[in-house]
Ligand binder design. Structure first.
Ligand SMILES: [Zn+2]
Length: 436
Protein backbone atom coordinates (compact mmCIF):
# COMPACT_ATOMS: atom_id res chain seq x y z
CA UNK A 1 0.00 0.00 0.00
CA UNK A 2 2.79 2.32 1.04
CA UNK A 3 4.76 1.65 -2.14
CA UNK A 4 1.68 2.37 -4.34
CA UNK A 5 1.31 5.83 -2.72
CA UNK A 6 5.00 6.52 -3.19
CA UNK A 7 4.71 5.59 -6.87
CA UNK A 8 1.71 7.93 -7.24
CA UNK A 9 3.70 10.75 -5.60
CA UNK A 10 6.62 10.13 -7.95
CA UNK A 11 4.31 10.27 -10.99
CA UNK A 12 2.84 13.60 -9.79
CA UNK A 13 6.34 14.99 -9.24
CA UNK A 14 7.44 13.87 -12.70
CA UNK A 15 4.39 15.55 -14.29
CA UNK A 16 5.17 18.77 -12.43
CA UNK A 17 8.83 18.76 -13.48
CA UNK A 18 7.87 17.99 -17.08
CA UNK A 19 5.58 21.01 -17.05
CA UNK A 20 8.37 23.20 -15.66
CA UNK A 21 10.88 21.90 -18.28
CA UNK A 22 8.40 22.75 -21.07
CA UNK A 23 7.80 26.21 -19.61
CA UNK A 24 11.52 27.05 -19.38
CA UNK A 25 12.16 25.53 -22.80
CA UNK A 26 9.59 27.93 -24.26
CA UNK A 27 11.16 30.88 -22.42
CA UNK A 28 14.62 29.91 -23.72
CA UNK A 29 13.29 29.64 -27.29
CA UNK A 30 11.59 33.05 -27.04
CA UNK A 31 14.86 34.63 -25.77
CA UNK A 32 16.73 33.03 -28.68
CA UNK A 33 14.17 34.29 -31.17
CA UNK A 34 14.33 37.75 -29.66
CA UNK A 35 18.11 37.84 -30.02
CA UNK A 36 17.79 36.67 -33.64
CA UNK A 37 15.33 39.48 -34.32
CA UNK A 38 17.80 41.92 -32.73
CA UNK A 39 20.60 40.63 -34.92
CA UNK A 40 18.43 40.86 -38.01
CA UNK A 41 17.57 44.42 -37.06
CA UNK A 42 21.24 45.23 -36.68
CA UNK A 43 21.82 43.71 -40.12
CA UNK A 44 19.13 45.98 -41.59
CA UNK A 45 20.70 48.99 -39.87
CA UNK A 46 24.05 48.09 -41.43
CA UNK A 47 22.54 47.69 -44.90
CA UNK A 48 20.94 51.12 -44.76
CA UNK A 49 24.21 52.60 -43.49
CA UNK A 50 26.19 51.13 -46.42
CA UNK A 51 23.48 52.19 -48.85
CA UNK A 52 23.64 55.77 -47.52
CA UNK A 53 27.43 55.88 -47.71
CA UNK A 54 27.40 54.52 -51.30
CA UNK A 55 24.84 57.17 -52.23
CA UNK A 56 27.02 59.86 -50.66
CA UNK A 57 30.10 58.54 -52.47
CA UNK A 58 28.29 58.46 -55.81
CA UNK A 59 27.09 62.03 -55.40
CA UNK A 60 30.61 63.19 -54.42
CA UNK A 61 32.11 61.54 -57.49
CA UNK A 62 29.55 63.03 -59.83
CA UNK A 63 30.70 65.98 -61.95
CA UNK A 64 27.82 68.48 -62.12
CA UNK A 65 29.50 71.11 -64.24
CA UNK A 66 32.84 71.72 -65.92
CA UNK A 67 34.51 74.82 -67.32
CA UNK A 68 36.09 74.27 -70.74
CA UNK A 69 39.29 76.00 -72.00
CA UNK A 70 37.35 78.89 -73.58
CA UNK A 71 35.64 79.57 -70.26
CA UNK A 72 32.20 78.23 -71.18
CA UNK A 73 30.39 76.35 -68.42
CA UNK A 74 29.22 72.86 -69.43
CA UNK A 75 26.23 71.56 -67.52
CA UNK A 76 24.71 68.56 -69.28
CA UNK A 77 26.16 65.06 -68.93
CA UNK A 78 26.61 64.79 -72.73
CA UNK A 79 28.60 68.05 -72.94
CA UNK A 80 30.84 67.06 -70.00
CA UNK A 81 31.42 63.60 -71.48
CA UNK A 82 32.36 65.09 -74.89
CA UNK A 83 34.77 67.61 -73.28
CA UNK A 84 36.57 64.95 -71.18
CA UNK A 85 36.90 62.59 -74.15
CA UNK A 86 38.12 65.43 -76.36
CA UNK A 87 40.72 66.48 -73.79
CA UNK A 88 42.23 62.99 -73.48
CA UNK A 89 42.11 62.41 -77.26
CA UNK A 90 44.04 65.63 -77.68
CA UNK A 91 46.47 64.69 -74.92
CA UNK A 92 47.22 61.12 -76.00
CA UNK A 93 46.62 61.34 -79.73
CA UNK A 94 48.91 64.32 -80.27
CA UNK A 95 51.81 63.94 -82.72
CA UNK A 96 53.77 66.79 -81.15
CA UNK A 97 57.21 66.23 -79.66
CA UNK A 98 55.92 67.67 -76.46
CA UNK A 99 52.68 67.02 -74.66
CA UNK A 100 50.51 69.87 -73.36
CA UNK A 101 50.38 70.19 -69.61
CA UNK A 102 47.27 68.83 -67.92
CA UNK A 103 45.78 72.30 -67.60
CA UNK A 104 45.70 73.79 -71.16
CA UNK A 105 45.35 77.34 -69.76
CA UNK A 106 48.58 76.86 -67.83
CA UNK A 107 50.37 75.73 -71.02
CA UNK A 108 49.02 78.68 -73.00
CA UNK A 109 50.03 81.26 -70.42
CA UNK A 110 53.41 79.84 -69.42
CA UNK A 111 54.39 78.06 -72.69
CA UNK A 112 55.46 75.17 -70.48
CA UNK A 113 54.99 71.67 -71.85
CA UNK A 114 55.58 68.20 -70.45
CA UNK A 115 59.15 67.27 -71.37
CA UNK A 116 59.17 63.71 -72.70
CA UNK A 117 62.88 63.23 -72.14
CA UNK A 118 62.36 63.83 -68.43
CA UNK A 119 59.15 61.82 -68.15
CA UNK A 120 58.83 58.08 -67.66
CA UNK A 121 56.19 55.50 -68.43
CA UNK A 122 55.81 52.65 -65.96
CA UNK A 123 54.18 49.34 -66.83
CA UNK A 124 52.84 46.65 -64.57
CA UNK A 125 51.59 43.32 -65.94
CA UNK A 126 51.71 44.55 -69.56
CA UNK A 127 53.46 42.29 -72.07
CA UNK A 128 56.29 43.54 -74.30
CA UNK A 129 54.22 43.81 -77.50
CA UNK A 130 51.49 45.94 -75.87
CA UNK A 131 54.16 48.02 -74.10
CA UNK A 132 55.75 48.82 -77.45
CA UNK A 133 52.39 49.71 -79.00
CA UNK A 134 51.61 52.11 -76.14
CA UNK A 135 55.06 53.68 -76.32
CA UNK A 136 54.81 54.07 -80.12
CA UNK A 137 51.38 55.65 -79.77
CA UNK A 138 52.63 58.10 -77.15
CA UNK A 139 55.86 58.57 -79.15
CA UNK A 140 57.81 58.05 -75.98
CA UNK A 141 60.55 55.95 -77.55
CA UNK A 142 62.03 52.96 -75.72
CA UNK A 143 61.99 52.85 -71.95
CA UNK A 144 65.42 52.93 -70.39
CA UNK A 145 67.19 49.59 -70.44
CA UNK A 146 68.54 50.05 -66.95
CA UNK A 147 65.79 49.74 -64.43
CA UNK A 148 67.89 51.35 -61.73
CA UNK A 149 67.77 54.67 -63.68
CA UNK A 150 64.30 55.08 -62.24
CA UNK A 151 65.10 53.22 -59.09
CA UNK A 152 63.91 55.87 -56.65
CA UNK A 153 60.54 56.33 -58.40
CA UNK A 154 60.09 52.57 -58.61
CA UNK A 155 60.83 52.13 -54.93
CA UNK A 156 58.28 54.83 -54.08
CA UNK A 157 55.70 53.10 -56.26
CA UNK A 158 56.32 49.72 -54.59
CA UNK A 159 56.11 51.36 -51.15
CA UNK A 160 52.81 53.03 -51.94
CA UNK A 161 51.33 49.81 -53.36
CA UNK A 162 52.39 47.91 -50.24
CA UNK A 163 51.06 50.70 -48.04
CA UNK A 164 47.65 50.50 -49.72
CA UNK A 165 47.54 46.72 -49.24
CA UNK A 166 48.70 47.13 -45.64
CA UNK A 167 46.10 49.72 -44.72
CA UNK A 168 43.18 48.14 -46.54
CA UNK A 169 43.31 44.50 -47.64
CA UNK A 170 45.61 43.25 -44.89
CA UNK A 171 43.36 44.93 -42.29
CA UNK A 172 40.11 43.29 -43.26
CA UNK A 173 41.07 39.96 -44.84
CA UNK A 174 43.17 37.02 -43.92
CA UNK A 175 45.31 36.95 -47.06
CA UNK A 176 46.11 33.47 -48.43
CA UNK A 177 49.84 32.64 -48.52
CA UNK A 178 49.80 32.29 -52.29
CA UNK A 179 48.49 35.84 -52.75
CA UNK A 180 51.14 37.24 -50.39
CA UNK A 181 53.83 35.34 -52.31
CA UNK A 182 52.51 36.74 -55.59
CA UNK A 183 52.56 40.33 -54.28
CA UNK A 184 56.12 39.94 -52.98
CA UNK A 185 57.37 38.35 -56.21
CA UNK A 186 55.77 41.07 -58.33
CA UNK A 187 57.30 43.87 -56.24
CA UNK A 188 60.74 42.23 -56.19
CA UNK A 189 60.71 41.64 -59.95
CA UNK A 190 59.61 45.25 -60.50
CA UNK A 191 62.58 46.48 -58.46
CA UNK A 192 64.92 44.43 -60.66
CA UNK A 193 65.91 42.05 -57.86
CA UNK A 194 64.73 39.02 -59.82
CA UNK A 195 65.68 38.39 -63.41
CA UNK A 196 63.03 36.92 -65.69
CA UNK A 197 65.48 34.28 -66.92
CA UNK A 198 65.94 32.79 -63.44
CA UNK A 199 62.89 33.74 -61.36
CA UNK A 200 63.68 31.22 -58.62
CA UNK A 201 66.94 32.98 -57.69
CA UNK A 202 66.16 36.43 -56.32
CA UNK A 203 69.12 38.56 -55.28
CA UNK A 204 67.73 39.41 -51.85
CA UNK A 205 65.20 37.51 -49.76
CA UNK A 206 61.96 39.42 -49.17
CA UNK A 207 62.34 39.52 -45.38
CA UNK A 208 65.73 41.22 -45.85
CA UNK A 209 64.13 43.92 -48.00
CA UNK A 210 61.67 44.54 -45.16
CA UNK A 211 64.43 45.28 -42.67
CA UNK A 212 65.15 48.90 -41.82
CA UNK A 213 67.81 50.63 -43.90
CA UNK A 214 70.31 50.46 -41.04
CA UNK A 215 70.07 46.66 -41.22
CA UNK A 216 70.72 46.74 -44.97
CA UNK A 217 67.05 46.55 -46.04
CA UNK A 218 64.73 48.90 -47.88
CA UNK A 219 62.22 49.34 -45.06
CA UNK A 220 59.37 47.76 -47.06
CA UNK A 221 56.26 46.44 -45.34
CA UNK A 222 56.16 42.68 -44.87
CA UNK A 223 52.51 42.13 -45.84
CA UNK A 224 52.50 38.53 -44.54
CA UNK A 225 53.69 39.57 -41.08
CA UNK A 226 51.39 42.61 -40.99
CA UNK A 227 48.46 40.35 -41.82
CA UNK A 228 49.48 38.00 -38.99
CA UNK A 229 49.55 40.97 -36.59
CA UNK A 230 46.03 41.95 -37.74
CA UNK A 231 44.83 38.36 -37.16
CA UNK A 232 46.26 38.68 -33.64
CA UNK A 233 44.13 41.78 -33.16
CA UNK A 234 40.99 39.84 -34.16
CA UNK A 235 42.07 37.08 -31.78
CA UNK A 236 42.62 39.57 -28.96
CA UNK A 237 39.14 41.00 -29.63
CA UNK A 238 37.73 37.48 -29.33
CA UNK A 239 39.58 36.89 -26.05
CA UNK A 240 38.34 40.20 -24.67
CA UNK A 241 34.78 39.48 -25.89
CA UNK A 242 34.56 42.90 -27.50
CA UNK A 243 31.04 44.09 -28.11
CA UNK A 244 30.85 43.40 -31.81
CA UNK A 245 28.34 41.38 -33.73
CA UNK A 246 30.73 38.89 -35.33
CA UNK A 247 32.53 38.27 -32.02
CA UNK A 248 29.28 37.53 -30.22
CA UNK A 249 28.31 35.24 -33.07
CA UNK A 250 31.61 33.30 -32.88
CA UNK A 251 31.21 32.97 -29.11
CA UNK A 252 27.60 31.72 -29.36
CA UNK A 253 28.12 29.28 -32.22
CA UNK A 254 31.69 28.05 -31.89
CA UNK A 255 33.35 28.80 -28.60
CA UNK A 256 30.31 28.52 -26.34
CA UNK A 257 31.52 28.12 -22.76
CA UNK A 258 35.13 27.16 -23.59
CA UNK A 259 38.10 29.48 -23.18
CA UNK A 260 39.22 31.07 -26.47
CA UNK A 261 42.82 30.18 -25.67
CA UNK A 262 42.07 26.46 -25.29
CA UNK A 263 39.43 26.07 -27.96
CA UNK A 264 40.20 23.46 -30.59
CA UNK A 265 37.60 23.38 -33.34
CA UNK A 266 38.80 21.67 -36.50
CA UNK A 267 35.31 21.85 -38.03
CA UNK A 268 34.91 25.65 -38.01
CA UNK A 269 35.08 27.71 -41.21
CA UNK A 270 38.42 28.63 -42.84
CA UNK A 271 38.39 32.26 -41.73
CA UNK A 272 37.54 31.48 -38.08
CA UNK A 273 40.19 28.75 -38.05
CA UNK A 274 42.74 31.30 -39.27
CA UNK A 275 41.71 33.78 -36.56
CA UNK A 276 41.91 31.07 -33.88
CA UNK A 277 45.46 30.46 -35.06
CA UNK A 278 46.26 33.97 -33.77
CA UNK A 279 47.37 32.28 -30.56
CA UNK A 280 50.28 30.74 -32.46
CA UNK A 281 51.31 34.17 -33.83
CA UNK A 282 51.24 35.59 -30.29
CA UNK A 283 53.59 32.77 -29.27
CA UNK A 284 55.90 33.61 -32.20
CA UNK A 285 56.02 37.25 -31.09
CA UNK A 286 56.85 36.12 -27.53
CA UNK A 287 53.54 36.97 -25.80
CA UNK A 288 52.09 34.70 -23.11
CA UNK A 289 48.36 34.14 -22.53
CA UNK A 290 48.47 36.33 -19.42
CA UNK A 291 50.21 39.17 -21.29
CA UNK A 292 47.58 39.06 -24.03
CA UNK A 293 44.72 39.10 -21.52
CA UNK A 294 46.35 41.98 -19.62
CA UNK A 295 46.62 44.19 -22.72
CA UNK A 296 44.26 47.17 -22.51
CA UNK A 297 45.01 48.41 -26.00
CA UNK A 298 46.26 46.49 -28.96
CA UNK A 299 48.95 47.93 -31.23
CA UNK A 300 49.29 46.14 -34.58
CA UNK A 301 52.62 47.91 -35.19
CA UNK A 302 54.06 46.68 -31.91
CA UNK A 303 53.07 43.11 -32.65
CA UNK A 304 54.42 43.43 -36.21
CA UNK A 305 57.77 44.49 -34.78
CA UNK A 306 57.64 41.56 -32.36
CA UNK A 307 56.96 39.14 -35.23
CA UNK A 308 59.71 40.67 -37.38
CA UNK A 309 62.18 40.02 -34.59
CA UNK A 310 65.44 41.73 -33.76
CA UNK A 311 67.83 42.72 -36.50
CA UNK A 312 71.48 43.60 -36.39
CA UNK A 313 72.72 46.85 -37.83
CA UNK A 314 75.16 46.41 -40.69
CA UNK A 315 78.57 48.10 -40.26
CA UNK A 316 78.25 49.76 -43.72
CA UNK A 317 74.84 51.40 -42.96
CA UNK A 318 76.18 54.97 -43.07
CA UNK A 319 77.73 54.38 -46.49
CA UNK A 320 74.28 53.64 -47.94
CA UNK A 321 71.91 55.63 -45.71
CA UNK A 322 73.88 58.88 -45.60
CA UNK A 323 74.84 58.83 -49.24
CA UNK A 324 74.02 61.89 -51.32
CA UNK A 325 74.85 60.13 -54.59
CA UNK A 326 72.22 59.13 -57.16
CA UNK A 327 69.72 56.52 -55.92
CA UNK A 328 70.88 54.11 -58.64
CA UNK A 329 74.45 54.34 -57.27
CA UNK A 330 73.40 53.54 -53.72
CA UNK A 331 71.15 50.75 -55.02
CA UNK A 332 74.16 49.03 -56.65
CA UNK A 333 76.34 49.80 -53.62
CA UNK A 334 73.78 48.17 -51.31
CA UNK A 335 73.67 45.03 -53.45
CA UNK A 336 77.48 44.95 -53.62
CA UNK A 337 77.75 45.37 -49.84
CA UNK A 338 75.36 42.40 -49.50
CA UNK A 339 77.59 40.63 -52.07
CA UNK A 340 74.51 40.11 -54.21
CA UNK A 341 75.26 40.96 -57.82
CA UNK A 342 74.59 38.75 -60.81
CA UNK A 343 78.34 38.15 -61.10
CA UNK A 344 79.51 35.34 -63.37
CA UNK A 345 80.57 32.94 -60.58
CA UNK A 346 77.00 33.15 -59.26
CA UNK A 347 75.49 32.70 -62.73
CA UNK A 348 77.83 29.73 -63.37
CA UNK A 349 76.64 28.11 -60.14
CA UNK A 350 73.07 28.28 -61.49
CA UNK A 351 74.20 26.89 -64.82
CA UNK A 352 73.32 30.10 -66.71
CA UNK A 353 76.86 30.67 -68.05
CA UNK A 354 79.85 28.32 -68.45
CA UNK A 355 82.63 30.88 -68.30
CA UNK A 356 83.36 32.47 -64.92
CA UNK A 357 86.15 34.74 -66.16
CA UNK A 358 85.99 38.49 -65.47
CA UNK A 359 84.97 40.38 -68.61
CA UNK A 360 87.03 43.44 -67.66
CA UNK A 361 90.46 41.88 -67.15
CA UNK A 362 90.04 38.32 -68.49
CA UNK A 363 92.37 36.93 -65.82
CA UNK A 364 90.35 35.99 -62.72
CA UNK A 365 86.94 34.61 -61.83
CA UNK A 366 84.35 37.35 -61.58
CA UNK A 367 82.70 37.82 -58.18
CA UNK A 368 81.93 40.77 -55.92
CA UNK A 369 85.33 40.57 -54.19
CA UNK A 370 87.08 40.70 -57.54
CA UNK A 371 85.02 43.52 -59.03
CA UNK A 372 85.51 45.72 -55.98
CA UNK A 373 88.36 46.32 -56.26
CA UNK A 374 90.79 43.49 -57.01
CA UNK A 375 90.21 43.63 -60.76
CA UNK A 376 92.92 45.62 -62.55
CA UNK A 377 90.27 47.87 -64.17
CA UNK A 378 88.43 48.75 -60.96
CA UNK A 379 91.65 48.92 -58.92
CA UNK A 380 93.12 51.55 -61.27
CA UNK A 381 89.90 53.54 -61.21
CA UNK A 382 89.57 53.44 -57.39
CA UNK A 383 93.27 54.31 -56.91
CA UNK A 384 92.82 57.39 -59.10
CA UNK A 385 89.64 58.40 -57.27
CA UNK A 386 91.34 57.99 -53.87
CA UNK A 387 94.24 60.14 -55.10
CA UNK A 388 91.81 62.76 -56.43
CA UNK A 389 90.30 63.03 -52.94
CA UNK A 390 93.79 63.38 -51.40
CA UNK A 391 93.68 59.99 -49.67
CA UNK A 392 96.98 58.17 -49.88
CA UNK A 393 96.53 54.51 -49.09
CA UNK A 394 96.59 51.17 -50.82
CA UNK A 395 93.38 49.77 -52.33
CA UNK A 396 92.06 47.14 -49.88
CA UNK A 397 89.84 44.07 -50.24
CA UNK A 398 86.06 44.68 -50.32
CA UNK A 399 85.52 43.79 -46.65
CA UNK A 400 88.42 45.96 -45.56
CA UNK A 401 87.18 48.82 -47.78
CA UNK A 402 83.76 48.70 -46.10
CA UNK A 403 85.36 48.57 -42.65
CA UNK A 404 87.71 51.46 -43.48
CA UNK A 405 84.81 53.63 -44.66
CA UNK A 406 82.73 52.69 -41.57
CA UNK A 407 85.66 53.65 -39.35
CA UNK A 408 87.06 56.80 -40.94
CA UNK A 409 84.36 58.16 -43.23
CA UNK A 410 81.44 58.80 -40.88
CA UNK A 411 80.01 62.23 -40.10
CA UNK A 412 78.56 64.93 -42.26
CA UNK A 413 81.53 67.04 -43.31
CA UNK A 414 82.22 67.64 -47.00
CA UNK A 415 85.12 65.20 -47.15
CA UNK A 416 83.19 62.20 -45.84
CA UNK A 417 80.08 63.07 -47.88
CA UNK A 418 82.22 63.21 -50.99
CA UNK A 419 84.01 59.95 -50.15
CA UNK A 420 80.75 58.01 -49.73
CA UNK A 421 79.34 59.45 -52.93
CA UNK A 422 82.50 58.70 -54.94
CA UNK A 423 82.64 55.15 -53.62
CA UNK A 424 79.02 54.49 -54.62
CA UNK A 425 79.58 55.96 -58.09
CA UNK A 426 82.79 53.93 -58.58
CA UNK A 427 81.04 50.66 -57.67
CA UNK A 428 78.13 51.59 -59.95
CA UNK A 429 80.20 52.55 -62.99
CA UNK A 430 82.43 49.47 -62.71
CA UNK A 431 79.27 47.34 -62.73
CA UNK A 432 77.88 49.34 -65.68
CA UNK A 433 81.14 48.91 -67.59
CA UNK A 434 81.03 45.18 -66.97
CA UNK A 435 77.40 44.98 -68.20
CA UNK A 436 78.07 46.97 -71.35
ZN1 LIG B 1 88.67 41.61 -63.55
Amino acid sequence: MGSAMLQQQMIEQEKELKGLAEKWGKIEESIRQKSRVQWLNLGVVNTSYFFASMKNRNSMNHIRNLQEAAGCLLKTDQEIQAEVLGFYKNLLGSNNNQLPAIDPNFSQVSSLMVNKSKSSVFFGGVDDVVQKQILDYLEFGCPSKHQEDHYYAMLQLVKSVLFAIQTFWAQIFVLPKKIIQLIEDTCRTFLGLVKQRFPKNPLLAWHKLCWPETAGGLNLVDIGLWNKAVICKHYWNLCKKKDRLWIQWVHVYYIKKDSVWEVDKPTVSWIIRKILKGQRHFDEAGYSQQEVMDMDNFSIKKLYQGLRGDFTKVPWRRLVCNNIGLPKWTFTLRLTAHRKLYARTRLAKWGVVDDKECMLCNTNDEDVEHLSFKCSYSKTLWTKLLGWQGISRQVLGWNAELEWAARFMTGKNAKTLLYRMVMASCVYYVWQKRNN
